[in-house]
Design a protein around this ligand. Structure first.
Ligand code: ADP
Ligand code: ADP
Length: 222
């Protein structure tokens, strides 16, 4: 499903402040795995997620997602690929605070040209799955951290992407909401999603749904 080969990311290459953020990364993630990407802050986790989702290009190496050589995609194709294949949930959720919950999800569906009934069906379905339907008319700015995360999860689910990427999903959550997030993993499993969770939170080691743990340190896999 996701194959990473000889991957390097060098920031500011050939400059004084050159920094090797990813140093020869190799791994394989099969369909429907739920994988933890562990490592302290600065170890390269976000860089790796952003390259897998084609938000940025590697310096060298290859990433093959579902037979697609992601690193070689031209920009326009990269954004199409991302919309179809990848649901990315950012640490700070990246929601639009001045819009309500429903509208935040709707924005992701604009490229699909659906009619109102189709929109309504899709949006209410993912809000239900993420257990936030009761807040559909609330402004995002009025939600708690855990609720914002559930909206971000609904948005990641609405385009039917097979792959879900999470960057530090529990960093902005209290213990109770972190445990709720652990429960959401069961839903991803039921939906046959392939999931990568970048985290330094040891809470995930409680979950028996994790199929693999990749430990990163200084841009390398341990
Ligand atoms: P993590 O997600 O594990 O905290 P990151 O991938 O965010 O790690 O960062 C890895 C390293 O790369 C850090 O030392 C960070 O400062 C550096 N880095 C990240 N983005 C950039 C950038 N755009 N330019 C230069 N250095 C960067
Ligand atoms: P937390 O316990 O996560 O800090 P909050 O105290 O921020 O949660 O919010 C508790 C509940 O009150 C949440 O359901 C949130 O959506 C709701 N809420 C918070 N602020 C507002 C507001 N200004 N208007 C409407 N609902 C709000």
């Amino acid at each position: 499903m996701i194959e990473v080969k000889n991957l390097y990311k060098i920031y500011n290459q050939h400059k004084k402040n050159e920094f090797i953020a990813l140093n020869n990364i190799n791994f394989l993630i099969n369909k429907e795995e739920i994988v933890l990407l562990k490592g302290v802050s600065g170890s390269g986790k976000s860089t790796l997620l952003s390259i897998i989702s084609s938000l940025q290009k590697p310096t060298s190496g290859d990433i093959i997602v579902d037979k697609e050589h992601v690193a070689k995609l031209p920009d326009l194709h990269a954004s199409n690929f991302r919309n179809k294949k990848i649901g990315y949930v950012f640490q700070d959720f990246n929601l639009i605070n001045s819009l309500n919950v429903y509208q935040n999800i709707m924005i992701s569906l604009i490229p699909q040209n659906l009619n109102n009934k189709q929109l309504d069906e899709k949006i209410l379905n993912v809000l239900d799955i993420a257990n936030i339907k009761h807040k559909k008319d609330e402004l995002v700015s009025n939600l708690s951290g855990g609720e914002k995360q559930r909206v971000a999860i609904a948005r990641a689910l609405v385009c039917d992407a097979d792959i879900l990427l999470f960057d530090e999903p529990t960093a902005n959550l209290d213990k109770q909401n972190s445990l709720k997030f652990l429960k959401i993993l069961q839903i991803f499993k039921k939906l046959s999603k392939t999931v990568i969770i970048a985290t330094h939170d040891s809470i995930f080691e409680q979950s028996n749904l994790i199929t693999k743990i990749i430990y990163m340190e200084n841009g390398q896999i341990l």
